[in-house]
Write a protein of this length. Structure first.
Length: 151
């Protein structure tokens, strides 16, 4: 288990802890990431939740930065000079799955994740990942009828 946490920390550009009890693998991963000089961010939950204790301790001790929006994680990786404009994590040239998802989307009609997956030939998980990246880049959006390209 400890080896897995070290591997995750080593492979990550940043570590985001969403839930962590007082003793958890997520805290171990955060510790290893900090030792490697990786940014550590935390999303603290309710004060009364046992699964939030670790996140609150990371933030209050200064071992993690408070994450309030996806842009916080991008800035942690790309540096404080990242502007507030469209976020660029990966481009379609670098990510063939992202390109396939963008090609499957429409500017007019919103499509469900399942429909985008079918059109792109990807699995649901890969489609959701690519849609999240496209949304962060400002190239796709969730519309009331589903996912579509940003007009």
């Amino acid at each position: 288990m400890a080896q897995r946490n070290r591997l995750i920390a080593a492979l990550a550009d940043a570590v985001v802890v969403v839930e962590a009890g007082a003793r958890s693998g997520a805290l171990n991963t955060a510790h290893h990431a900090a030792q490697l000089g990786r940014p550590v961010l935390a999303v603290p939950g309710p004060l009364t939740s046992p699964s939030s204790v670790g996140c609150h301790r990371l933030v209050s001790s200064g071992r993690a930065t408070l994450l309030t929006a996806p842009a916080d994680a991008v800035r942690a990786v790309s540096g404080p000079d990242a502007d507030g404009g469209p976020l660029r994590i990966r481009s379609a040239q670098d990510d063939p799955e992202l390109l396939r998802v963008l090609d499957a989307l429409s500017r007019r009609a919103g499509l469900s994740v399942d429909e985008v997956a079918r059109r792109s030939g990807l699995g649901t998980a890969a489609t959701e990942d690519a849609l999240a990246l496209a949304e962060l880049e400002g190239r796709a959006e969730r519309h009331r009828t589903g996912w579509r390209l940003v007009p």
